[in-house]
Design a protein around this ligand. Structure first.
Ligand code: TRP
Length: 361
């Protein structure tokens, strides 16, 4: 069996540096490494509806934003299939069957779903679709026989449930589906990027994001006002690194090459940190350097995005073609699923023959 990579995002906002460091950069690396048989990246609009049912316009607008972010970051439709979840009705079909193979209490034990329910004040009123989205996500993964799912650690409970459902399906109906493995981000700084305000997570609702599509001016405005160390009042004071968003970002993004290019006074981040914690180094200098580093990453994306924006119909075309290709793969799996579940009534000549015999006078 070959290696099949699948992953996706809910199209509920433009992608930001947290997405880039946590997943997008890795996807492009995986795509370029090419040691897989197929790579699928999709926009989970069906899943986005589970907590945005009253806001279809938000999802509609963000499909194109996320598509532009994907392509600008380097995902290449020649090398990976980009598609839209709702264009694959087979996903809904498989979800329906998987729902019978898991209990309500098992789905309730999912810590990520529990946190989301609190965050959205769904406690008293959970939409059934939202409650079931982990099963739908299992169908996303299983329909494409994905072996490898590169996601953040918050998605671990979903992958675990998928594995259980795949085992359960195969035990009940026969070996059709494939148990996937999670692929976590390599290092700690890639796992959760704090917001520019130093809060735990970069998140649209907190207004603390640097978007991949931000202009040079927007980036500098955000970097300039980033949270650092409230005790670092005078330049001569020793600075603290703990919880200092500027240094967390430098940990995540800066390279030795950045130092030689933009700040040759230091060889590497260790030297910079030493000076900072010792005292005598102002925040503004560090922010200027961080600004250079971020723009070094974003500038090629801005340029690609700008040229992609000149032909928006072509972007929809890419998504349509990707969705058609994905649907073909999904339809093949569903044929196998129906056969295993013995609901392939019209393709089963043996069944028709047997029934004819049984009812013959
Ligand atoms: N739950 C993921 C998120 O919130 C999106 C997603 C839906 C996904 N289906 C998936 C990710 C399947 C990986 C595989 O971003």
């Amino acid at each position: 069996m070959g290696k099949i990579i699948l992953t996706g995002d809910r199209p509920t906002g433009k992608l930001h540096l947290g997405h880039y460091i946590g997943s997008l950069r890795r996807r492009v690396q995986l795509q370029e490494a090419g040691d897989y048989d197929h790579m699928f990246v999709f926009m989970a609009d069906v899943q986005a509806f589970t907590d945005n049912a009253d806001n279809p316009e938000k999802i509609r607008q963000n499909i194109i934003e996320v598509a532009l972010d994907y392509l600008a970051a380097g995902l290449d439709p020649e090398k990976c299939t980009l598609f839209i979840q709702s264009r694959i009705p087979e996903l809904a079909e498989l979800t329906t069957y998987l729902m019978n193979l898991v209990s309500v209490s098992r789905v309730q034990r999912n810590p990520t779903v529990k946190t989301e329910i609190k965050m959205r004040n769904f406690e008293a009123n959970i939409p059934v679709g939202f409650f079931c989205y982990p099963v739908s996500q299992a169908a996303d993964i299983a329909l494409f026989k994905s072996t490898t799912v590169p996601v953040g650690d918050d998605q671990e409970p979903m992958i675990e449930l998928t594995r259980e459902l795949v085992r359960r399906f195969n035990q009940t109906y026969g070996e059709v589906l494939v148990e996937p493995e999670i692929m976590l981000p390599e290092n700690a700084s890639a796992r959760r990027l704090p917001g520019t305000d130093g809060k735990e997570k970069m998140s649209k609702s907190l207004g603390n994001c640097i978007y991949l599509s931000d202009s040079v001016d927007e980036v500098w405005k955000k970097v300039k006002s980033m949270y650092t160390d409230p005790l670092h009042v005078n330049v001569s004071d020793p600075g603290h690194l703990e919880g200092n968003a500027v240094f967390t970002y430098l940990d995540a993004f800066s390279t030795e090459e950045d130092f030689s290019r933009y700040w040759p006074e230091y060889h590497n981040l260790e030297e910079l940190k030493e000076h900072y914690t010792h005292g005598g180094l102002g925040d503004m200098k560090c922010k200027k350097f961080l600004n250079e580093v971020i723009n070094r990453i974003l500038e090629p994306m801005r340029q690609r995005r700008h040229s992609l924006e000149q032909d928006i119909p072509e972007i929809y075309n890419i998504l349509r073609k990707g969705s058609e290709a994905a649907r073909e793969v999904g339809a093949c799996t569903m044929d196998e699923v129906r056969k295993a579940m013995r609901i392939n009534y019209f393709e089963d000549e043996e069944l028709i023959r047997q029934q004819s015999e049984r009812f013959r006078a």
